[in-house]
Design a protein around this ligand. Sequence first.
Ligand code: MG
Length: 436
Amino acid sequence: MSAKFGSSGIRGPFGELATPELALALGRAVGTMRKRVIVGRDARATGQLLENALVAGLVASGARVTRAGILPTPALAYAARDHDAGIVVTASHNPAPDNGFKLWEPNGRAFDAVERAEVERLLADAPPYSPWNDVGSETLDTRAIDAHIDRVLELVGPLPRRLRVVVDCGNGAASWEAPLLLRRLGCDVVTLNAQPDGHFPGRPSEPNEKNLTHLKQAVVATGADLGIAHDGDADRCMAVTESGRFVQGDELLVLFARRYAGSRIVCPVDVSRIVDDASGCEVVRTKVGDAYVSERIQEVDAAWGGEASGAWIFPEMSQCPDGPMAAAVLCHLVAKEGGLDKQLESLPRYPLWRDAWRFAPARMDAVMAAVQDAFSDGRQTTLDGLRVDYDEGWVLVRPSGTEPKIRATVEAVRPASLDKLKTRVVALMKNLEKSV
Ligand code: MG
């Protein structure tokens, strides 16, 4: 069996990529590497059957397995601290037909490249089963949600005043934990889509602006202080203001970051300059992807890190992005500092522009080299593609991870500066397109 694991595990359509055969082989591989493994899943229709195959593989390889049931990925990652590894059967925010697997270290960090390579090697080699009298065992333990809620409350404390909150669980893994947590925090909770259902009848699983129309309406209709939305496995958290406005990921990142003013935080190279100008933090940049943010937090001993997709990492909890923890922190921010509408008004607004151009994969390196030459007058960073910073703004040019395209982002403090940078990018890309 061969399969490729990325920094966020593996996911794809059930029956094509996410198969019982892959689950069984993954169980045999991880069961060979680690002896005590905790397994959980999101609410997808194919979750139980994939978990069954996964657990069969683990036990057949001699692992002692704890089944944790349906729960948020961060609750499972936190529970992994008492085991040698954690596995979640989940396709995160992907569409309903998909499923997959995420692998966690005991400290809540995703398996790194070395560990993933070992998993892939064992998948290909199919290690021998344990002898019949030396197979592992399995047990059921559904206390992980309560333990995670207790830990969040211990870290953030009760709210200084009551809030009314609408939480849209998206029929996902947060459906049980999120309302419980928010009530214990001191909120009057209104729920939306808080019944686990792998068909996602309420809305698509990704908590983006387009998918949160009902949440925006419900916040206004119930006079709530804020709205919160999670993705299918609840490692993400997005928000809606009291007037029903969706908070953009970059803005939410800065609101969280301000809590750590004076400290070091980590975010990817594609995050807006408002984080540098308005967070009061020392900002360390990294590659795009929450697993890279998590790794970098450890490397530079940062207080916090986040990605504008809605992945927020609180190292005092674990290295895993934590949607319920983020929701609790956000409620504290609103209870202490007032509504999100007002908090957003205090942020600078910079014009932003994005576009993409198609190039043959064989030409990508040459195109990127040409871009590097053309923008040699700025401060260049090659963490992920090429980011060039100027006093007035910045340009990010990077090959897409999924398509044969080069994507460009330009942000500037003034529209005129944006136009100048944008004109340079467009002219260069047109030239490079012609020189095929
Ligand atoms: Mg997710």
